[in-house]
Design a protein around this ligand. Structure first.
Ligand code: B12
Length: 279
């Protein structure tokens, strides 16, 4: 039985910024045993410092202590790369440092992927994912792809900087139930819209449900471009994708009803969180 550690409450970047500057430790991971908490901090620092030669060891040690791959991704790995993003934004880090940290994330995901994908027990349909044209960020998209795979989907990952025409070709070839666009740059988010426009122009809008995500993407953006669903993280993406297959199977891509149904999933999730916080 894997050790359960609540990662939802651990994303306070201000706390991360100030506490770790002084001591390289924080008050976070309060429900983790002290020894695990220390290794979480080591892993965070491994990512912040971009020391990818040691990443494997931390990951393996934590897996050996019954920490699940999902907890590692949503916990110390997410916190570490978020701090890297903050440093980059504040001009404390430049591209080479970010690339080193990204390498740590890739190494860690390489170890975790087979474990996560091994959870797959059924085949419920195909999802095509890709990072839109002009954008080279793929860590988040890879996490979404892995979680989708574990949840029963066959995932076709088109990679990074995918031109709209390649999404169209993949939809025709693989006949996915869902297509997901990732964008991490404010300058490339518009390519989600362009790709969606081409899907419509090619007469494919009704056959595929369109998901959008990435750091600058929001529900408002999803509404504006007429995508079916937005997910701020991989777990929400999986919830919505499974709902598309099971609950809303007969609702077509682009149907306003589907869009509204997806919002209900967010509302239910928020209500569950609020209930858990009170209880
Ligand atoms: C790592 C990184 C890089 C790495 C990427 C390596 C890689 N293989 O991915 C490298 C060094 C290559 C890089 C390059 C650049 N980067 Co960069 N990068 C980052 C950084 C620090 C982390 C991104 C990340 O991996 N986050 C962790 C993952 C897990 O989170 P995520 O991607 O958001 O994914 C989650 C959700 O969004 C969602 N999701 C993601 N995709 C999808 C898709 C679907 C369908 C769904 C449903 C959900 C979903 O689920 C994921 C998992 O939970 C961010 C900072 C940040 N705060 O995002 C900057 C950041 C995105 N980069 C930035 C910039 C400016 C650049 C460069 C332009 C820098 C430059 N001068 O060259 C280049 C652009 C290159 C290009 N053409 O794409 C800016 C963008 C600012 C802006 N307004 O657009 C950011 C925000 C940094 C900053 N604060 O300024 N970068």
């Amino acid at each position: 039985m894997a050790l359960v550690i609540d990662t939802d409450k651990e994303n306070d970047l201000e706390d991360l910024q100030y506490d770790i500057e002084d001591s390289r430790k924080t008050d976070r991971w309060s429900d983790a045993p002290a020894e695990i908490k220390d290794i979480f901090h080591e892993l965070e620092w491994n990512i912040i410092d971009g020391e990818h030669t040691g990443t494997n060891e931390y990951i393996k040690t934590l897996l050996g202590r019954d920490i699940s791959p999902r907890t590692l991704i949503a916990g110390p790995m997410a916190a570490g790369i978020a701090e890297v993003g903050r440093r980059f934004k504040m001009d404390e880090y430049f591209l080479p440092e970010v690339m080193m940290s990204a390498k740590c994330m890739q190494v860690a995901l390489g170890v975790l992927k087979p474990l996560i994908v091994a959870e797959k027990t059924e085949d419920i349909g195909t999802v095509v994912v890709g990072t839109v044209q002009g954008d080279l960020h793929d860590i988040g998209k890879k996490i979404v792809a892995m979680m989708m795979e574990a949840a029963g989907f066959t995932v076709v990952d088109l990679g990074v900087s995918v031109p709209p025409e390649d999404f169209i070709a993949a939809i025709r070839k693989h006949k996915p139930r869902i297509v997901g666009f990732s964008a991490l740059l404010t300058t490339t988010m518009n390519m989600q819209w362009e790709t969606l426009k081409l899907i419509k122009a090619e007469g494919l809008r009704e056959v595929v449900k369109v998901f959008v995500g990435g750091a600058p993407i929001s529900q408002a953006w999803c509404d504006k471009i007429g995508a079916d669903a937005y997910a701020s993280d991989a777990l929400i993406a999986v919830d919505k994708a499974r709902a598309c297959i099971f609950k809303y199977k007969d609702v077509k891509g682009g149907d306003p009803k589907l869009h509204a149904d997806m919002l209900v999933i967010d509302a239910e999730r928020e209500a569950m969180k609020a209930k858990a916080a009170v209880g």
